[in-house]
Design a protein around this ligand. Structure first.
Ligand code: DGL
Length: 263
């Protein structure tokens, strides 16, 4: 089973990409809605909660962990890999960074939560692979509530996007990493503001590709959903606007269960 976690509903955009490539793999999802947002919290909180959630998912019997939250990936994925050395742990950053460097673009924009941007996790990994890259990070904290409100397009959302993305347009970036799991739902607006030439990278797609390859090469970690079983979605507090977000990702409302917060 694949254990997937995020601070809330954003990780559903990652599950969507996993479903596309690996429709038969059983998924257990945990959204830590009781502690949302992670993006404005500090490193120690994100590490502590990511560790608790990973333990909880492992207790549920998952074989692989997907850290489907860029902020947790940025602050806590190295820490989780040290704490759980035998568990295959996938995070949002490495697959995207590998894909983007393979494209050979030089000027790269990164948009994410304040925590992801402050951690410089994307910058460091990108520069390790190619020290000559020019990297332009921008945090866009209002994008998360806009997505949760379902305001994916329209004048207000475009104005906010224009304001956040102005410096990236001025720098004439060639590629843009959507380094927050909510942002792929805003891709239409981001594309409109940035123009057709910019190559937009959704790290969830890169992650799903790497997970797919890993499971092909390591079938002992793969566990297909059996007849009559369902994927399971747990949240630590009622997720706001769940039905809408669920329909945007999966075209249907997916059943979920509320459990007590783990911290
Ligand atoms: N899912 C988080 C991320 O990808 C954003 C939401 C939050 O701030 O908790 O960083």
């Amino acid at each position: 089973m694949i254990g997937v976690f995020d601070s809330g509903v954003g990780g559903l955009t990652v599950v969507k990409e996993i479903f596309n490539l690996l429709p038969e793999q059983q998924i257990i999802y945990f959204g830590d809605t009781a502690h949302l947002p992670y993006g404005t919290k500090g490193e120690s909180f994100v590490k502590k909660s990511s560790e608790k959630i990973t333990k909880w998912l492992l207790d549920k019997g998952v074989d692989v962990i997907v850290v489907a939250c860029n902020t947790s990936s940025a602050w806590a994925s190295d820490f989780l890999k040290e704490k759980f050395p035998k568990v295959p742990i996938f995070e949002m950053i490495t697959p995207a960074v590998e894909d983007i460097t393979a494209l050979g673009k030089k000027k790269i924009g990164i948009i994410g939560t304040p925590g992801t941007i402050e951690s410089q996790a994307y910058n460091k990994k990108l520069l390790t692979l190619n020290p000559s890259l020019k990297i332009f990070p921008v945090s866009c904290p209002l994008f998360v509530p806009l997505v949760e409100e379902g305001w994916l397009e329209g004048k207000v959302t475009e104005r906010i996007a224009e304001r956040y993305l102005k410096s990236l347009k001025n720098k004439k970036i060639e590629s843009l990493i959507l380094a927050c799991t909510h942002y792929p739902l805003l891709e239409g607006t981001i594309r409109k503001v940035m123009g057709e030439k910019v190559n937009i990278i959704n790290p969830a797609k890169s992650l799903a590709n790497q997970l797919n390859l890993f499971l092909e090469n390591n079938p002992k970690f793969s566990s297909k959903i059996k007849k009559g079983e369902n994927h399971k979605f747990y949240f630590s507090e009622k997720p706001y606007n769940y039905e809408k977000i669920s329909r945007l990702c999966f075209k249907e409302k997916i059943k979920h269960t509320l459990i007590k917060p783990l911290l």
